[in-house]
Design a protein around this ligand. Structure first.
Ligand code: ZN
Length: 264
């Protein structure tokens, strides 16, 4: 066989191997579920944070929502997950880290949607169902569970200071450094840690003495304090700024954003 023919055969084999590897690589890119066609419409109707953004930042928000939905599976358990739920979960994930353009929730693979509250062992029956959202550990590592009713309620209530889905994503942000301790070291500059802990201490004391409008659940521990006041920060930035200016200013520095003020 002449050398030209051998070279051609080798070349063709190399091309075939490369084509095979490329096609294999492509097939491992998982798009979890098709994206909602009415994405921007749902955001506009339901998500106040998005409504307040200018046109170019709205586009950025939409693409971040799409990226999240392509990476994280959202599964209904004894309920049907609608586009509305998927968009609200993604919006809750993006709002806290909107100022961090490269942020990925590496510690989250799936969000399970339960119809309503559940108990400590994730049972949906019985009288001890007082949990509305949780970041899983152990066998539930990389999984978040949310109550569908509460997920929707968090966005429907325009005057409240709470939003369960945002609360759980704040725990995930906090957990990124390995410890859910109310000190989100991955996003928080070291210089703010001592002033932050001092504010946490003072505010938990005020809550325990019933001298605060912050949800008493925040006094459970530092991690819950961080999650609860962050909900307050993103849901009612205007109110937090007037009632707790020091907390507000530090949260602006931690999250590197001033949440758009809802006009109520
Ligand atoms: Zn919590």
């Amino acid at each position: 066989m002449d050398i030209v023919l051998i070279s051609i055969v080798i070349l063709v084999m190399i091309i075939l191997v490369i084509a095979f590897l490329v096609s294999k690589q492509k097939s491992t890119v998982i798009v979890a579920q098709p994206l909602p066609g009415n994405l921007s419409e749902i955001l506009l109707q339901q998500v106040e944070f998005y409504q307040q953004l200018d046109a170019s930042r709205k586009l950025v928000f939409e693409s971040r929502v799409q990226r999240f939905l392509a990476a994280v599976r959202i599964t209904g358990v004894n309920t049907t997950v609608e586009d509305l739920d998927r968009v609200l979960v993604a919006a809750s994930a993006i709002i806290p880290i909107f100022a961090f353009p490269d942020w990925e929730y590496m510690n989250l693979h799936e969000v399970l949607i339960y119809p309503d509250s559940f108990n400590d062992t994730f049972q949906q029956q019985g009288s001890d169902r007082d949990t509305l959202g949780v970041v899983g550990t152990g066998a539930y590592q990389n999984i978040m569970i949310l109550s569908q009713h509460e997920l929707r309620q968090g966005f429907l209530n325009k005057t409240g200071k709470s939003n369960t889905a945002i609360h759980e994503f704040i725990h995930l942000v906090d957990k990124t450094d390995g410890a859910t301790d109310g000190i989100p070291e991955v996003i928080m500059s070291n210089a703010y840690i001592i002033p932050w802990l001092e504010l946490v201490r003072k505010n938990i004391e005020a809550i325990r003495e019933s001298e605060s409008d912050i949800n008493p659940y925040a006094a459970t521990n530092q991690a819950e304090f961080f999650a609860v006041v962050s909900e307050y920060f993103f849901e009612r930035p205007d109110l937090l700024r007037s009632k707790h200016p020091q907390l507000y200013e530090l949260l602006v520095k931690i999250f590197r954003q001033q949440p758009p003020d809802p006009e109520i």
